[in-house]
Every structure is written in C-alpha cells, then in structure tokens.
Design a protein around this ligand. Structure first.
Ligand code: NI
Ligand code: MN
Length: 229
C-alpha cells in the first residue's frame, strides 16, 4: 500500500505506511480544523516538533490509550515521562537521526520557542526529516525562515510541509523564499486559518508557487490525504 499523508488540521498529520501509523503534532481537542477526535485516532508512533499546546496537543491521552511510542526531543519526552507517566518514548535531538521499523527520523533546526503547557522548558523546537519507504518528507514544525534550509534541501525532499500562517511562523512571502532553499517536489501549506490570528488568503500563494515553478503545491482540506510516490 502506498504511504498516505493525511492532514488533520493545523500542524497535525497522520502518516500511514504499509506497516505503521505515525501521528505528528496531534492537536485535535480544541483544533477547529480537526476532522478526527483524540479518542478515535490510531497511532503506533507520535512525533512532536515542539512543546507548544497546539502541537503537543492530545499526546498524553493518545499515548496512554494506544501505547504509541512518543518521539521528541529529550526535554519533551522527559516531561511526558515525569508528568504523564508515559514510558514508551524515544528521545532525540537536533541533528541526530534514528532508524525505526518504518524508516528514519532526523530532527532539524527550527527557529521558534518550545515551552511546555505547564511553562517548563521544552528544549529547542525542531523540524522533522522523515525518510519513509516511498519518499523523503520534511515537516518544518513552527519556524521562521532560516538560511540553513538549504542544507535540509540538500537531503533531496519529495515533500515539504511548511507553516505559512505568519505571526507565529513564516508567512506566505517567506514560505516562498523557503521553497527556493528546500527545493521540494511537492509543498503542502499548513498552520494557517486555524485561528483568526493566522488567517491567510491561500489562493494567491498557490498561484505564485506555480508561476515561479518552485514546487507542486498540494492544497489539502483537513481530513484529506496526499499519496506518496
Ligand atoms: Ni509553536
Ligand atoms: Mn504552532
């Protein structure tokens, strides 16, 4: 079965390979875009970009219910273990790559914050570089534009998942500049229109991606999937 990327709204994705379900940044409760509830989503692994509530989201409840392995930076998995009793964790940190039964994950730089819901320190925020059986996928997490995206682009990206909502992350203009550095085949915009503060008119941005021949834009509605390779 080909790998499917399903957008669950905001920064949340469910990736289904032929063997595993990977849940990224599962902010479902309180996410007005969410099309699946936290008590019904399945997961074998939960991958987190950073500790903010709109990314950590329902991780404790889903991890307890499913027994999924939580992958995040050292500070976040330590918090989940000590505050929520989650034992099935895989700590990583920026620059490190780990092989899993479904592929591999490297945590990459992200320019942002990462405090945890109780205000404690969440380490550095990250992007996710996933080498899946059919494709290499970069989920940027929450980040501003940075020049070292060119190094991530050197990895050879099939898909880049980029925030474009502005205010807390890159906005549309910087996301276009990011595409010049990342050089993905496909771009999926996220982290916009969830809340009034990150409202964007997406159509002109999509048009500009096409006009400048930066990537193939794939505009998903929450709940929709993109099939890899
Ligand atoms: Ni954030
Ligand atoms: Mn966010």
């Amino acid at each position: 079965m080909p790998t499917q990327l399903t957008w669950l709204g905001h920064a949340a994705f469910l990736i289904q390979t032929d063997s595993h379900r990977l849940l990224i940044d599962p902010f479902l409760t309180g996410n007005p875009q969410a099309t699946i509830r936290a008590d019904e989503v399945g997961a074998d692994y939960i991958l987190l970009t950073h500790g903010h509530g709109d990314h950590l989201g329902d991780t404790p409840a889903i991890a307890h219910r499913t027994g999924a392995t939580v992958i995040a930076n050292y500070e976040i998995v330590t918090y989940l273990s000590s505050h929520h009793g989650i034992k099935n964790v895989s700590p990583q940190h920026l620059g490190g790559e780990v092989r899993y039964p479904w592929g591999s994950l490297k945590l990459t730089l992200a320019l942002h914050g990462s405090s945890l819901p109780d205000g404690s320190y969440g380490g550095n925020p990250a992007g996710l570089l996933l080498r899946l059986p059919n494709a290499t996928v970069y989920h940027a997490g929450d980040t501003g534009l940075f020049g070292d995206m060119a190094l991530i682009g050197d990895e050879g990206l099939d898909v880049a998942i980029l925030p474009i909502g502005d205010r807390f992350t890159m906005g549309p203009r910087d996301a276009l500049r990011a595409l010049k550095l990342l050089r993905p085949n496909v771009v999926i915009p996220i982290h916009f229109n969830t809340f009034d503060a990150i409202t964007q008119d997406i159509a002109p941005w999509v048009d500009e991606v096409v006009r400048a021949n930066l990537a193939t834009p794939v505009l998903l509605a929450p709940g929709q999937s993109h099939t890899l390779g």
